[in-house]
Each structure stands twice: as structure tokens, then as C-alpha cells.
Design a protein around this ligand. Sequence first.
Ligand SMILES: [Zn+2]
Ligand SMILES: [Zn+2]
Length: 246
Amino acid sequence: MKILADLHVHTLASGHAYSTIEETAKAAAAKGLEMIAITDHGPAMPGGPHQYYFGNLRVLPPEIHGVEILRGAEVNILDEQGSLDLQEYYLKRLDIVLAGLHNVCMEPLCQKKNTKALVNALQNPYVDIIVHPGNPDFPIDMEKVVQTAKQQNKALEINNSSFLVRKGSRKPCREIARLAREYGILVSISSDSHFSGNVGELDLAVEVALDAGIPAENILNINGDRVRRFLARRGKRRFVSQSDGK
Ligand SMILES: [Zn+2]
Ligand SMILES: [Zn+2]
């Protein structure tokens, strides 16, 4: 299976990633990707950018080295109410918003409260994808999170880096993938790259998705066209105007 869009990519602005947007786009082009989403960490991440960074992403061209560039963010969920570290003013201007739990921004709570944090974030109209829901540091009621993603028509992520950097991810990620297939929700298979050479590296996550029997039609980022249609349905300005709201 060839996946042509990588919707979770970090650059220098994240404070602990090591390539520019230009270098990352070049690497993505060399790998034959059609689209990448630049999703630097929100301002609550130590070393993360000021929120002005996200406001000014509009200066980026829509395509670099022939790769379509989505202006995005990986925002931090800050509490069980699902509060985010980027104001609505910025969220509504982005092409794509990922949200996730990071233990430097929110101490892991009990399973019930971690679940509530993700459920509330999924109900935020600007959030499109919940990233690394299989993070073993944050035990959750997976079925409840998958059901909420289904109700809200949003995607959950299978994060390739989790298998490299988040110890103990295999089992919870397999369980998320199994439930994603059972409920027929969309999944985003993403690299979460923090260096240009890792953009589009998805093999470990693809294997988990295939083992769970997730069909290709439920993989959100299989190509740019499917992502554009998803974002148009989600009311994202850039894509609503392109598709005339269809
Ligand atoms: Zn993350
Ligand atoms: Zn990330």
C-alpha cells in the first residue's frame, strides 16, 4: 500500500526537531509524496513556537518542490476539559489541526480523566485528528474514544514514531487499530517525523493497520485528494472554497 500524504510532520519551529520546511518538502518530493502537513507543536510545549507562528503560516506557498503544504499544528490538550494551547483565532485559520496528550504539557491523569480529555478535544469543532491515542503513558477507554471519533467523523492516528520512541506502544496501538476497524472509523497513518529524512516513513504503522484489517478506504491520508475532501467536509476555509462546499 502506497500512502501519498503525511499529515504529521515537525520542523525546527517545534524546538526539538531538526529540519526546515524547505528541507522536509524536498525530502517528501524525493519519496513521491503528494502532500505533507506542517504540524509543529503548540506553544505549551517547551521550546515550542509562539502562537504568532501559526498565524503567519499563511505566507507559505501552497506547494513547495511540487508537494502540497498544509498549514497545521499539533496542539496540546491541557486538561480533562480538553482545553487547547492555541486560541480559536488561530485554530480557525489553519488547514488542519491535530490534538494530543503530551506529558510535559499535561500530567497523565486516571483513565477516566484521560478519556474525558480526548473526548472533549474530539468535540472541539476545529480538531480534525487525535494523535497517538495509543500512547501508553495515558491509559484511556479506547472504545469510548473510538466511538466519539465516529460520532464526530474525525480520524484517530496510528503514529509510526510511537513504535520507535514510545516504549510499550505496540499493544495499545494494535487495540486502537482493531477498534478502528470494528467501528469503521478513519485512521491517519503518520510519521510524526522530527527530521526531514523521516518524512513519509510509515512502514511500522502500516503493518499495524493491515494486521488489524483496516481497509484502504478508511485510511484518510492515502492520497491528497481524500485529505482535501475530508477537510472540505470539515469546513476548512482553504478546501471549502476549492470544492465549492461539495
Ligand atoms: Zn505528539
Ligand atoms: Zn508530533
